[in-house]
Design a protein around this ligand. Structure first.
Ligand SMILES: [Zn+2]
Length: 496
C-alpha cells in the first residue's frame, strides 16, 4: 500500500474557526478520502497551536487559566471538523506532553550540533503578531502583517543557524521543482532565499505560556518554532516525510524556508510538497477581526448542508487562487450544479424507473455514456494529482450534464409507450451512470454520495466498492435490483 501523509497547519486557538480554516481542512479531507479510496495507507493530521502571549493575555482578561482557555477553544475546532465530516486520523495539540517532549529533544539536538546558539536579538517587534521585523520590512514604520505599532526590543535569545542552509535549500528547490506549489508562489520563496537568509530567533525571554527550554529557566521556545514541530511529534517515523503540507499563503514562507532548513539541520527527509492555497474574501471584502466579517461555516450547514459547503469551497475557485465568498455565489452554485443538475438527474431517473418498471430494471446498459467513464477516471486522477479540485468537479459535472442530455434526447417517458425495451435500456444506462457518480463524488460529498449509492439500490459500503466501480462501472451491477428514490438530495434554494 502506498503511504500518504497529509497535513493541515495547526490552527491558532486565539482565532475562531472560520471559512479559511474550513477550506484548508476540507481540501485535505478530500485528498485523504481520495487516497484511501485508491487503496493508500493514509495519515491525515490536523490540530491546534496553543502557545504564545496572545493566549496568555486572552486567558487573563477572561479570568481563566491559559490551559482552560486552550482546552475550550481547541474543542471548537474539533467540533467543527466533526460537523464538516472531516476524517482526520490524529488531532495534535501543542500543549500535549508528547509535543513538549519532541520540542525538547529537537532543541537539545540542534544545540549540541551548533545549529542553535545563544546570542542577543534586537529588532522591531510586533506584540500582536509575536514577530520580529527588520527595519526594511516595516510598512510605514508599522507591522507589515497587522499594521500595528512596533517596538524596539533587545533580549537574550537562542538562534537557529538558518543562514547555514541557504545553499542547501536552493539546491533542494532546484532538484525538486514540485516541492513548492503553486509555481508563482514558489518563485517568490526562491527569490527570498537568494536574497540571503539570516539566523532566526527561536526563543523568548518574557513568555510564560510556552515550552520551557531545557536547562535554561526563563527561556521558552518561540511559538512558531514550537508549532512547526507538530508534524514531527504526531508522525510515526515509518510514514515520514509528509507527502503534502497544505496551508494558506500567509504561512507559506515558514513552511517553504524555515521548516525545510530545520529538517536539513535535523538530517531528516524533506516533505514532498508544500502547497499554499489562496484567500477568501467575504462579499468582496477582506475578512478581518476588526470588521468582524469572518464567515462561520457552521451557520451555513442548516441551509446548504455539509456537502453543499464542501462542494462549493472546492468547485468555486481553482485551488491556489484567491476567491470571493458570497451568499449569492453559494446559492447560484448550489442551485445550478447540485439541485438542478446532479439532484435532478437522480430524481428523474429513479422516478421513471419506479413509475414504469416497478423500481427494478432487467436490462443492461448499452454503454453510450458508460464506455467513456474510464477515460473520465483518468482525467479525475490526473486532476487530483495536481490538487486541481475544481477540475475534478468540472469533469464530474460534465458527466452529469451528458446524462441529463441523454435522457432529454431519448425521452424515455415517451419511448416507454412505443418501445418499452428501448426505454428500459435508456434508464439502465442512466442508472449505471448514477452508481458511478455516487462513487466519484464520494471524496468531496461523502454523506450525499452514500445516499446516492443507496438510492441507486446498493446496500454495500460505498467506500469499499467505489474504486472497483470507478474502474469498471459494471462492477457489482445486478439486474433486477430495486432502486430506492428517497429524499431529495439537494433542495433548490430560492434566495440567498
Ligand atoms: Zn503585527
Amino acid at each position: 500500500m502506498k503511504k500518504f501523509f497529509i497535513t493541515t497547519p495547526i490552527y491558532y486557538v486565539n482565532d475562531k474557526p472560520h471559512i479559511g480554516h474550513a477550506y484548508t481542512t476540507v481540501a485535505a479531507d478530500v485528498l485523504a478520502r481520495w487516497r484511501r479510496l485508491e487503496g493508500g495507507e493514509v495519515f491525515f493530521l490536523t490540530g491546534t497551536d496553543e502557545h504564545g502571549s496572545k493566549i496568555a493575555q486572552a486567558a487573563q482578561s477572561q479570568g481563566v487559566t491559559p490551559q482552560e482557555l486552550v482546552d475550550r477553544e481547541s474543542q471548537k475546532f474539533r467540533d467543527l471538523w466533526k460537523d464538516l465530516n472531516i476524517s482526520n486520523d490524529d488531532f495534535i495539540r501543542t500543549t500535549e506532553a508528547r509535543h513538549r517532549e519532541t520540542v525538547g529533544k529537537v532543541f537539545e539536538r540542534l544545540l549540541k550540533k551548533g545549529d542553535v546558539y545563544k546570542g542577543h536579538y534586537e529588532d522591531w517587534y510586533c506584540v500582536s503578531c509575536e514577530s520580529f521585523w527588520l527595519e526594511s520590512e516595516l510598512t510605514e514604520g508599522n507591522c507589515p502583517d497587522c499594521g500595528r505599532k512596533v517596538e524596539k526590543l533587545k533580549e537574550e535569545s537562542y538562534f537557529f543557524r538558518q543562514s547555514a542552509y541557504e545553499k542547501k535549500l536552493l539546491e533542494f528547490y532546484d532538484k525538486n521543482p514540485e516541492f513548492l506549489s503553486p509555481k508563482k508562489r514558489a518563485q517568490e520563496m526562491v527569490n527570498f532565499v537568494k536574497s540571503g537568509l539570516r539566523d532566526v530567533s527561536v526563543s523568548r525571554l518574557k513568555e510564560k505560556w510556552g515550552i520551557a527550554i531545557p536547562g535554561d529557566a526563563g527561556h521558552t521556545v518561540y511559538v512558531w518554532f514550537d508549532a512547526l514541530l507538530n508534524y514531527l511529534t504526531a508522525s510515526d517515523p515509518k510514514i515520514w516525510p509528509p507527502d503534502i503540507h497544505l496551508m494558506g499563503k500567509e504561512i507559506f514562507r515558514f513552511h517553504a524556508v524555515l521548516w525545510p532548513a530545520l529538517l536539513l539541520a535535523l538530517d531528516l527527509p524533506l516533505p514532498k510538497k508544500v502547497f499554499a492555497h489562496g484567500w477568501w474574501t467575504a462579499e468582496g471584502e477582506k475578512m478581518s477581526k476588526s470588521k468582524g466579517n469572518f464567515v462561520d461555516p457552521r451557520a451555513l450547514i442548516p441551509d446548504y448542508g455539509v456537502d453543499g459547503i464542501r462542494y462549493f469551497l472546492l468547485r468555486e475557485v481553482p485551488f491556489g487562487a484567491d476567491g470571493d465568498f458570497s451568499m449569492a455565489g453559494l446559492t447560484a452554485r448550489y442551485n445550478s450544479d447540485l439541485a438542478n443538475n446532479l439532484g435532478n438527474l437522480f430524481s428523474r431517473t429513479l422516478t421513471l424507473i419506479e413509475k414504469n418498471f416497478g423500481g427494478a430494471l432487467a436490462a443492461a446498459p448499452p454503454g453510450d455514456i458508460v464506455q467513456g467513464l474510464a477515460g473520465k477516471l483518468k482525467l479525475v486522477r490526473d486532476a487530483y494529482d495536481r490538487l486541481a479540485f475544481s477540475e475534478v468537479l468540472e469533469i464530474l459535472g460534465a458527466v452529469v450534464t451528458e446524462a441529463n442530455r441523454y435522457i432529454d434526447e431519448k425521452a424515455p417517458w415517451n419511448l416507454v409507450k412505443t418501445d418499452k425495451a428501448a426505454a428500459e435500456k435508456t434508464l439502465a444506462e442512466c442508472l449505471a451512470v448514477l452508481r458511478w457518480l455516487a462513487c466519484a463524488f464520494y471524496p468531496v460529498m461523502p454523506a450525499s454520495a452514500a445516499l446516492m449509492w443507496g438510492q441507486a439500490g446498493e446496500d454495500s459500503d460505498l467506500s469499499q466498492e467505489a474504486l472497483k466501480v470507478l474502474e469498471d462501472p459494471m462492477h457489482g451491477w445486478t439486474p433486477g435490483r430495486k432502486v430506492q428514490k428517497g429524499q431529495i438530495l439537494f433542495q433548490r434554494k430560492n434566495k440567498p
